[in-house]
Design a protein around this ligand. Structure first.
Ligand SMILES: Cc1cc2nc3c(=O)[nH]c(=O)nc-3n(C[C@H](O)[C@H](O)[C@H](O)COP(=O)(O)OP(=O)(O)OC[C@H]3O[C@@H](n4cnc5c(N)ncnc54)[C@H](O)[C@@H]3O)c2cc1C
Length: 455
């Protein structure tokens, strides 16, 4: 009765994708979730933050409406209405996902699960046995020693995304993706924002040129930031939260958002007891997401790959197909598209210039400035597309900054993942006037036949 081909612990992006694909392949599946199907991405991550960012974009458009000849006035944000819009989006997707899981005949089990043997998970005293067990328990927001999250003044992304007011001022600790997205949203909503980042630049995993452009754009928007400086302490007082940095400088604001990364949820659920190999809490897997214990697999944020929903989907599908005997190709993590959905957006796929050089490539590169693109002028956005390529070889990396450049990743990732050379892409015709033309122009320039480009 409670025996399955696949028992999956955790119903977030990684877990539910594995469940859907396994069921599609004719395997019997149990999916165990203690909270809500859809996990972080749907309820506390990708979807709610992007809804907030879209509300922020509308606020910015309203503030700048006169530049386009539209008479409109930005008065203030109605956060109850913003949250209703955001929650409405989540509710629709949640309902759709629940229907999808039901329609595939997946046995959905609500409750807290614990791995109690190499092929068994216990939920509310009931044992579910799987020929295969897939662990997909996700991640939680980290904090720093001595920094206590109170959920009101000192918060993580989880609380911040449901604020029913716009803070007058905010300090964002961490200039990675989540930190920059919240800084962007709150600034659009009218808050005075300061980012503190210990690394030398914002979005430090991106190509250095992208960080520079984002920093320039944030400066222009009035978003302040300090980089290359470590946090020391935070104290709460009548004026808000005061953050002291290692150089003695202080910043005070209504709220402090702690966005210093996410840790894997792997403690106290039986993983250590079953002898699973871990490193700093992450489960260690091979290129097919197999743990060291035969029959146990791990996907998503609990393994040390990029913490992205689409990576979770891909790993979940990979495991399902491997279990079904399809022998799928391992994931090339360099080919995963990455976006920071701030204003402006930062998007990339493939290697940075520094990484390409480290791997021994003889690198050539070109940067196409969006100033040469008609649609960018229509949108009044600035930025660029930078290509990193091997000399006389394929494109190794594409790095973009500007409004809506995340949408250009569809083409960028095909170019990277199909190992196209600039001369393969240069003859492809891009519709005019679109931002995608800039992708064509960048490749034309790299192929030695620039059109709308100086020099
Ligand atoms: C603010 C924010 C914004 C983000 N934005 C983006 C974005 O724009 N794009 C993007 O690609 N990614 C984004 N991410 C990352 C993305 O949300 C995660 O990479 C993704 O959700 C990971 O999926 P997962 O399945 O590994 O884990 P999760 O989605 O965290 O799911 C794990 C699930 O397991 C359940 N669980 C845990 N332990 C147990 C247990 N013992 N028993 C039963 N159930 C259990 C949890 O309740 C949870 O539902 C964002 C994350 C955050 C926090």
């Amino acid at each position: 009765m409670n025996d399955f081909d696949v028992v999956i612990l955790g119903g977030g992006s990684g877990g539910y994708a594995c469940a859907l694909r396994s069921a599609q392949l004719g395997l019997s599946v149990a999916l165990i979730e203690q909270d809500k199907l859809g996990g972080t991405c749907l309820h506390r991550g990708c979807i709610p933050t992007k809804a907030l960012l879209h509300a922020g974009e509308i606020a910015e458009n309203t503030k700048h409406a006169a530049e386009f000849g539209v008479n409109a006035q930005f008065i203030s944000m109605d956060m109850l209405a913003v949250n209703a819009y955001k929650d409405g989006v989540i509710a629709k997707l949640y309902k759709g996902l629940q229907g999808l899981v039901k329609s595939r005949n997946i046995t959905y089990i609500e409750g807290h699960g614990k791995l109690v043997s190499k092929n068994q998970v216990e939920v509310n005293g009931v044992i579910y046995t799987g020929k295969n067990v897939v662990l997909a328990t996700g991640s939680y927001p980290r904090t720093l020693p001595g920094l206590e999250i109170d959920g009101k003044q000192i918060v993580t992304s989880q609380e911040a995304m449901s604020f029913d007011y716009v803070p007058k001022s905010a300090i964002v600790l961490g200039g990675g993706v989540i930190g920059c997205e919240f800084a962007s949203v709150w600034s659009s909503f009218g808050a005075d924002v300061t980012i503190i980042e210990g690394l030398p630049r914002l979005v430090a995993l991106e190509d250095e040129s992208s960080s520079k452009q984002l920093e320039r754009a944030f400066r222009k928007r009035g978003i302040k930031f300090e980089t290359g400086i470590k946090f020391q302490s935070a104290t709460k007082g009548p004026d808000g939260v005061t953050v002291t940095l290692e150089n003695g400088a202080t910043h005070t604001a209504d709220v402090l958002l702690v966005a210093v990364g996410r840790g894997p949820v792997t403690a106290n659920i039986g993983y250590e007891e079953q002898g699973l190999t871990m490193d700093r809490g992450y489960l260690i897997v091979d290129n097919k997401c197999r743990t060291n214990v035969p029959g146990i697999w791990a996907v998503g944020d609990i393994i040390p790959t990029l913490q992205l929903a689409h990576v979770g989907f891909a790993e979940g599908i990979l495991v399902a197909e491997e279990i079904a005997g399809l022998n799928p190709r391992p994931i090339n993590y360099d080919g995963v598209p990455r976006v920071t959905y701030s204003d402006p957006e930062v998007a990339s796929v493939g290697l940075t210039t520094a990484a390409a050089k480290e791997r021994g490539y003889d690198v050539v590169e070109t940067t196409y400035d969006l100033a040469g693109n008609g649609k960018a002028h229509i949108l009044k956005t600035s930025g660029s597309i930078k290509l990193v390529a091997a000399k006389n070889g394929p494109v190794l990396g594409i790095h973009m900054v500007g409004a809506r450049v995340g949408e250009l990743l569809a083409e960028a990732q095909l170019i990277y993942n199909w190992e196209a050379e600039a001369s393969d892409v240069a003859p492809l015709i891009h519709a005019h006037p679109t931002l995608s033309e800039a992708m064509g122009e960048a490749h034309m320039a790299l192929a030695g036949k620039p059109l709308h480009a100086h020099g």
